[in-house]
Write a protein that binds this ligand. Structure first.
Ligand code: GRG
Length: 302
């Protein structure tokens, strides 16, 4: 059942993304401008449609399901906006000035397939467009839209993902202790995962108590995602490791297995999963996809 939920969620966001993106160009009636924008548009589609797991979009749908609101108008747009922010972060993270990666999801990264300037613009465009999509959500509920914009901007910006990336850059060649490592990842990776759940919950009219419980769940899986990512990096064949991991090892960047040992890192992932399930104890069986997603996150091998 979970495999079907995941496949359905992936298909749902996959179908919505081109529609949401294609609106971008529609206002350019001028054929010459359209031609000039084609490279940006192609590179954006290339970066957005190349086979991500769509975990964040699935969390949007699973949260709505837990609240009995699967078909709430606007959910697809919310899922798209979060995947657009995620894609932007990966495109910029892969740039030579950041991690300098040639491959992403097994394919040439955006700046390799296109060029560096285009990759910078793709990230900028996807980020701006994500906020436009949220501002244009259907309905007259302006305060909910404002709340979503507030949540997403905080999670993506210096108090969230970008802040985590800045801490990560500054931490090169430094030893981070466990608390500092957790803070960095809670911002860099956790914030966007957490906000996917919060935005869906706000949009679906969750109560204060439900919001708080779902946020505890989001905080736990946001961190377990990264703990598992570190475990996968270490366990995967060194031949398949990208430049980033090689660089991380050369720079002796801290990871959860490095600080806790592999058994300790696996225990932490399991403890976070237990915490995530505990946060959902007041929810009925409609929260099954959320529970299964938490398990999927710590059991995945890619
Ligand atoms: C450059 C502004 C800026 C931010 C970068 C999130 C981030 C901050 C960089 C990504 C670096 C990275 C590989 C982090 C590890 C965790 C992570 C976010 C992995 C990729 O997410 P998945 O596994 O990717 O959900 P897919 O490909 O499935 O979408």
């Amino acid at each position: 059942d979970f495999a079907k939920f995941l496949a359905d969620s992936q298909q749902r966001v996959q179908q919505s993304l081109p529609t949401v993106l294609s609106n971008t160009g529609s206002e350019y009636a001028d054929a010459d401008a359209s031609t000039k924008l084609q490279r940006l548009s192609e590179a954006s589609i290339y970066s957005l449609m190349n086979g991500g797991k769509r975990v964040r979009a699935s969390l949007v749908y699973a949260t709505a399901h837990a609240l009995g609101q699967d078909t709430s108008p606007g959910l697809d747009e919310i899922a798209c906006a979060i995947e657009m922010i995620h894609a932007y972060s990966l495109v910029h993270d892969d740039l030579p000035a950041m991690d300098d990666d040639d491959l992403r999801r097994g394919k040439p990264t955006c700046h390799i397939a296109f060029d560096e300037a285009t990759a910078i613009l793709v990230g900028d465009a996807l980020q701006a467009r994500a906020f436009e999509v949220i501002a244009n959500l259907p309905g007259e509920n302006a305060s909910a839209k404002l709340a979503l914009i507030r949540q997403l901007s905080a999670a993506a910006g210096p108090r969230g993902m970008v802040g985590g990336q800045a801490i990560d850059l500054a931490a090169v060649d430094q030893q981070l202790d466990l608390a500092a490592l957790q803070t960095m990842h809670q911002l860099k990776t956790g914030a966007l995962i957490r906000v996917a759940i919060a935005m869906s919950a706000i949009w679906c009219g969750a109560s204060e108590q439900q919001l708080s419980q779902l946020d505890c769940y989001g905080k736990a899986i946001g961190l377990s995602f990264q703990v598992q990512d570190d475990i996968i990096d270490i366990e995967s064949n060194t031949e398949t490791l990208g430049k980033t991991q090689g660089a991380d090892q050369a720079l002796n960047k801290p990871t959860f297995p490095a600080l806790l040992g592999m058994p300790g890192a696996k225990r932490l992932a399991q403890d976070l999963h237990t915490e995530a399930l505990k946060s959902l104890s007041d929810f009925d069986e409609r929260a099954t996809p959320l529970r299964d997603l938490s398990h999927y996150i710590i059991a995945r091998n890619h």
